[in-house]
Design a binder for this molecule. Structure first.
Ligand SMILES: [Zn+2]
Length: 248
């Protein structure tokens, strides 16, 4: 479907990116992405995906806006404290790009609601802030055959990975055990989730457009020292999530 004159102008700077062009833009328009979490990572991922013209965006978070969110969740406003984050984010995203279909979901994702939800979306971004939620999402994505773009931040360290659905490795291959429970809140200096969220959005856009991406690799960013390193992930044959399924 050709772009309208307004769309051609809105997306003009990305239409000239090698590998995107009109074909990539059409793919973005036809794409649907589910973003798990509407915090520091999720808000940034959603803002860039809406701005890029991804056709349909679902986003799930049960939370209300708190004062302690605002050092990093810069798309919210101080006057909106106490209001549902997904509603606030929907309003922000609608103003940013009214053409994108928004599906705010005020709920906590779990094993029951994920299965039917994943049928409605082509791709998933993991912007959760705890391992229980990440593992649940990983398992549901492996079962549903959905690619998972994982992002996480702890203090000045961030990580990014693309978990492809078939053939592994999955997130549970990389982190077979639940890490020891950390006391208190996750330290999060604002720019760290901002940068990792932007990188997650870039991976999503590349996957949709059919460009080379981080499949099967984990990139770790050390913001404290300005360093990054990338490791190829290995599948664990005994993995309880992706192992049996592929071998059986
Ligand atoms: Zn696995």
């Amino acid at each position: 479907m050709p772009l309208s004159r307004q769309e051609s102008e809105r997306y003009s700077r990305q239409l000239i990116v090698p590998g995107i062009g009109l074909r990539g833009q059409a793919k973005l328009k036809n794409a649907s992405v589910l973003v798990a979490g509407a915090g520091g990572l999720g808000g940034v991922v959603l803002a860039y995906l809406a701005a890029a013209g991804v056709g349909r965006l679902g986003f799930a978070d049960p939370g209300l806006l708190e004062l302690s969110n605002l050092n990093r969740q810069i798309f919210y406003k101080t006057r909106d404290l106490g209001r549902a984050k997904v509603r606030l984010l929907a309003s922000f995203l609608k103003d940013l790009n009214p053409r994108v279909r928004l599906e705010p979901l005020r709920l906590k994702l779990d094993s029951e609601n994920l299965a039917p939800l994943l049928k409605k979306y082509g791709l998933v971004a993991d912007c959760t802030d705890n391992f229980e939620a990440r593992f649940e999402l990983n398992k549901a994505c492996v079962r549903a055959g959905r690619t998972l773009v994982h992002g996480a931040v702890y203090g000045f360290e961030g990580q990014l990975a693309v978990i492809a659905p078939r053939g592994g490795p999955c997130l549970k291959c990389v982190f077979p055990h639940m890490p020891p429970r950390l006391k208190g809140y996750t330290p999060a200096p604002g720019p760290a989730p901002g940068a990792i969220g932007a990188m997650q959005a870039a991976e999503v856009i590349k996957i949709i457009c059919g460009l080379p991406h981080l499949r099967g690799r984990l990139v770790i960013y050390d913001f404290a020292h300005g360093a990054a390193h990338s490791v190829r992930l290995k599948r664990r044959r005994a993995c309880g999530v992706c192992g049996k399924r592929d071998e059986g």
